[in-house]
Ligand binder design. Sequence first.
Ligand code: SF4
Ligand code: SF4
Length: 241
Amino acid sequence: MVAELPQAVRGFSTTFFTMFRKVNTEQYPEDKDKYPPKPAFHGRHQLNRHPDGLEKCVGCELCAWACPADAIYVEGADNEEGERHSPGERYGAVYQINYLRCILCGLCIEACPTRALTMTNEYELADNSREKLIYEKEDLLAPLMPGMVDAPHAMVAGTTAKDYYEGKVTGATPAQEEEVAAREAAEAAKQQVRVEAEQNQAADAEASEEAAINVAREHAANDEDEALAAVAADQGKGGAQ
Ligand code: SF4
Ligand code: SF4
């Protein structure tokens, strides 16, 4: 026991002096802004756009095939004139990343031939709901930057898909802006018609319910009058006898 004392003292002295060392614990989420992730950190994915707002994804599915965790699901579709999402023939119509599976390895972004898919620094990928951790295309699409207009819309007049990849398109043209403004106005008008139709339907339903209640009340009042008249008639007969 006496022979073991020096080791015990040495062991406890380590504990004792550690109490006076600088604490390395970082408080999360209180102090998270003090410790931003490193620029090279691979976090949540982003689906990028061309400078005029068209999508870079061509729906080739190479990212999905490269993924070792089977976390990506892509369905490509043909671009139609009047409904164009990307400069080429095809675009990613359905794009999902399942963050319950993703291990943030970055193999998918290496496989992407158009640099449509990159990864951001966002690391807060937790939720109480499993469904919410399956990100859809709308969740992954890059926000619109100044000079962009939201797809679908036509390509810049006189350009080819190659011009887009060679960086010759630098922003949306007035013709593209007009096309998108007209589409949005038409969609807003359609939405307004839909809302009015729903309101009219609700008002009609309320009116017919009210009419039914009034009819029922009238019937009840008539029945009550008839019953009172019958009682009065009975009482009249009784008095005469
Ligand atoms: S980062 Fe890795 S695991 Fe996540 S989707 Fe891309 S390839 Fe799959
Ligand atoms: S993100 Fe890239 S690799 Fe994946 S489908 Fe789109 S273009 Fe192809």
